[in-house]
Design a protein around this ligand. Structure first.
Ligand SMILES: [Zn+2]
Length: 585
C-alpha cells in the first residue's frame, strides 16, 4: 500500500506548495526564495524540484513539503498532513491507517468536532439566537462558514451527548468542555453563542462563548444578570491561548495574497470584517496579544509566537482595535512586538468609542476607508500628542515617553532619522536636539530591545535536535512494533550507539518511549511500505543528530582554559569534520 504521505507528494509539487506561502524565483533547475525562517535580504532558501526538498544555506532549515508546512504554520505533523491532504484532494479516511487506542490527540480533535456539530445543531433550532446575529448584521452564509453554534442554558447537555457517544469524561474535561465541582461534572458553556476556534489547519481546538440566555434577555439584547460576557476554553493540550489567532485558518491565504493582515480584537469584529470582504483579518480575542494584565513583557515568547505565522505570511500588519484607551494600549503592546520582528506596523484609526463591528455594521465603505487610511504607528501617536496639547514642553515629554520606545524598535537608521524629521515638521521642536535625546534614550534602553538573533530563535517552534530525535526514534519504534526487521534495526542502533555513545542512546530511548505510539504512527504514514529507503534516511538522520549533539558538547567546553578541555575540543572538531565528509558537505 502506498502511504498517504507519498500519495500527497505525488500530487503536489514542492514549488507549488511553497510558492503558495512565499514568492519564489527560478534559479537554473531549482528555485530560490527569501527564507521565511530567518531574516534575510537576499535569497538563500533553495528548493529542489527533483528531490522535493528545500534547504536554507542561511539557517540550515531543510525538509520536504510536510516539514515546511509544519514549521511555517506552526502546526504538528498531523496538522500538516491534514492541510496538504485537503489541498491534494485526498481523503485521509481512505487510508484507514491503524489509529492506536492511545492516540489521545486524534480522539480529542474528534470530541471537539462532535461538540461543534452539536452546538451548530442547537443553533439551527434556536430562532432567537439566529435573529440576534442577523440583528448584528451577520448573514446566514457567514454563520455557516464560521460554524457558529449555540449552547443551551442547561447543565449537562453536551456532556451527556458525548458520553452517550462513548467518549470518556476525563477526555471531555481535558479538552475543556466539562467542568467539575465536587465530583459533579457539568457543561462549561451554558446559555452562550458558541464560536469555534480552529488552528491554522482548520481543526477545532477550543471555543469562545458569548452569553445569550433567552429567558433573561432584556429588550436591549443584553442579559439581565451579570455573568462574564465572553467565556473561553481554558488552556488544554490542544489549545494554548497565547498561540492562537481566531480566524487564522480562513485568513492565511488572503494575508499572503493581499500582502497585509488586519488584526482586530473580538469575534464579531473578525466575522464582520471577513463578511465585508477583508478575509485577511484575524482576531486576538482571548489570546495573549489582547491580554491586559502583563504590562511590559516584551520578551514574552508567547506573544512573539502569536505573530510568528502572520509575519511569515506578510510583514505588513494593521491593528484595528477599539478607539478607546484600552484598545490603544492593547494595540501599543502588540505593535511594539511587531516592530521588533521587523514588521511594518500601521494603525487603523477608529472613531472614539466604536469597534470595527460597529463601523462595518453601520457602513461597509466607512470600514474600507478606515483600512485604506491607516497610518504608521508613529504618525498615529504624533497626531494624538499634538491634538492633546499645544505646550511644546509637554509635547517633548510625551514624544520621549510614547514615541521613542516605538522608534527604538525600528531597525533601519534611515527610517529613524526620517521620523525625527517628521516630528520636527509637526511640532517645531529642534531637530538636532530631538536626535540627541533619542540617541540618549536608545543608549539607556539598549537592554530592553530584543536582538534579532534572539527573536529568530524564539520564532523557530522546534529545535532541529528535537526533530531529528523524533524522526530517529520514530523509525526505531515503528520497526520494533512490526517485528519484521529486527535484525536490521539492531544493526542501525549499533551504528548509532557507536557514534553517540550507548549511555546517550539509552537516555534518549527512555525519553521518547512515552511517545512511542505517536512516533511510530507518524513514521508509518511517512514510509508506508518503502522500507528500503529507511536505512538510508536513518543513517543520514543519525549523522545529523550526532553533529548537533557534538556541537552542543563543544559549546559546553567553553572557555577552553584547561589542557583536557582543549584535547576534547579538538577530538570533537575532528569527528564533526568526518561527519561532514560522510554527508558530502
Ligand atoms: Zn533560513
Amino acid at each position: 500500500m502506498i502511504s498517504p504521505v507519498e500519495k500527497i507528494k505525488e500530487r503536489l509539487s514542492i514549488v507549488d506548495v511553497i510558492s503558495s506561502y512565499l514568492s519564489v524565483e527560478q534559479s537554473g533547475k531549482n528555485y530560490k526564495a527569501k527564507c521565511p525562517f530567518h531574516n534575510e535580504k537576499t535569497p538563500s532558501f533553495f528548493i529542489s524540484t527533483d528531490r522535493g526538498t528545500y534547504y536554507c544555506f542561511g539557517c540550515g532549515a531543510k525538509g520536504d513539503i510536510f516539514s515546511f508546512v509544519e514549521k511555517f504554520e506552526g502546526t504538528d505533523f498531523l496538522g500538516s498532513l491534514k492541510i496538504l491532504a485537503d489541498r491534494a484532494g485526498i481523503p485521509l479516511e481512505k487510508f484507514n491507517y491503524n489509529k492506536s487506542e492511545n492516540d489521545d490527540k486524534e480522539r480529542w480533535y474528534e470530541i471537539l468536532e462532535e461538540a461543534t456539530r452539536f452546538f451548530e445543531k442547537s443553533f439551527s433550532e434556536n430562532p432567537k439566537a439566529r435573529a440576534y446575529l442577523r440583528g448584528r448584521g451577520i448573514s446566514d452564509e457567514t454563520i455557516k462558514l464560521f460554524r457558529v453554534g449555540y449552547a443551551r442554558d442547561e447543565w449537562r447537555l453536551v456532556t451527556d451527548y458525548l458520553l452517550k457517544k462513548g467518549y470518556k469524561l476525563i477526555d471531555l474535561e481535558t479538552v475543556g468542555l466539562v467542568k467539575k465541582n465536587n465530583d459533579r461534572a457539568y457543561d462549561r458553556f451554558r446559555g452562550r453563542i458558541i464560536f469555534p476556534i480552529s488552528d491554522s489547519s482548520g481543526r477545532v481546538i477550543a471555543f469562545s462563548g458569548r452569553i445569550f440566555k433567552e429567558e433573561t434577555l432584556l429588550s436591549s439584547g443584553m442579559p439581565a444578570i451579570s455573568e462574564a460576557k465572553y467565556l473561553n476554553s481554558p488552556d488544554t493540550p490542544l489549545f494554548n491561548k497565547s498561540n492562537v489567532l481566531y480566524g487564522i485558518d480562513k485568513a492565511k491565504t488572503a494575508i499572503r495574497t493581499r500582502g497585509y493582515s488586519i488584526i482586530v480584537e473580538g469575534q464579531f469584529d473578525l466575522i464582520l470584517s471577513h463578511q465585508a470582504g477583508f478575509s485577511n483579518t484575524v482576531a486576538v480575542s482571548g489570546t495573549a496579544l489582547a491580554d491586559n494584565t502583563g504590562a511590559s513583557d516584551l520578551n514574552d515568547i508567547a506573544k512573539i509566537n502569536n505573530l510568528g505565522l502572520i509575519r511569515r505570511l506578510s510583514s505588513n500588519i494593521i491593528f484595528a482595535f477599539d478607539g478607546d484607551g484600552a484598545g490603544i494600549r492593547a494595540a501599543n503592546r502588540s505593535a511594539m512586538i511587531a516592530l521588533s520582528l521587523d514588521m511594518q506596523v500601521k494603525i487603523a484609526v477608529l472613531p472614539e468609542g466604536k469597534d470595527p463591528a460597529d463601523v462595518i455594521f453601520e457602513n461597509i465603505d466607512k470600514w474600507k476607508d478606515i483600512i485604506k487610511n491607516s497610518v504608521d504607528i508613529i504618525s498615529f501617536h504624533l497626531e494624538r500628542i499634538c491634538n492633546n496639547t499645544k505646550d511644546l514642553r509637554m509635547q517633548g515629554r510625551a514624544i520621549k515617553d510614547i514615541i521613542f520606545p516605538f522608534m527604538s524598535m525600528i531597525k533601519s537608521s534611515i527610517e529613524k532619522s526620517a521620523y525625527i524629521t517628521l516630528i520636527y515638521k509637526k511640532t517645531g521642536l529642534d531637530e538636532a536636539a530631538l536626535m540627541k535625546d533619542f540617541e540618549t534614550y536608545e543608549r539607556n534602553n539598549l537592554n530592553h530591545i530584543p536582538q534579532e538573533k534572539e527573536t529568530i530563535r524564539i520564532i523557530e517552534s522546534k529545535p532541529r535536535r528535537d526533530i531529528l530525535e523524533q524522526k530517529l526514534f520514530g523509525i526505531i519504534f515503528w520497526q520494533e512494533g512490526s517485528n519484521v526487521n529486527l535484525e536490521k534495526i539492531n544493526e542501525i542502533c549499533d551504528f548509532f550507539k557507536k557514534g553517540i555513545g550507548e549511555d546517550i542512546f539509552l537516555e534518549l530511548y527512555e525519553k521518547h518511549k512515552i511517545n512511542s505510539q505517536n512516533l511510530a504512527f507518524e513514521t508509518d504514514l511517512w514510509y508506508g511500505d518503502k522500507i528500503n529507503t529507511v536505512s538510508r534516511d536513518f543513517k543520514e538522520i543519525t549523522l545529523n543528530l550526532e553533529e548537533e549533539i557534538l556541537n552542543e558538547n563543544k559549546a559546553l567546553l567553553q572557555p577552553l582554559d584547561t589542557e583536557e578541555k582543549l584535547i576534547k575540543f579538538n577530538n570533537i572538531s575532528k569527528r564533526i569534520e568526518e561527519i561532514r565528509k560522510a554527508r558530502n558537505i
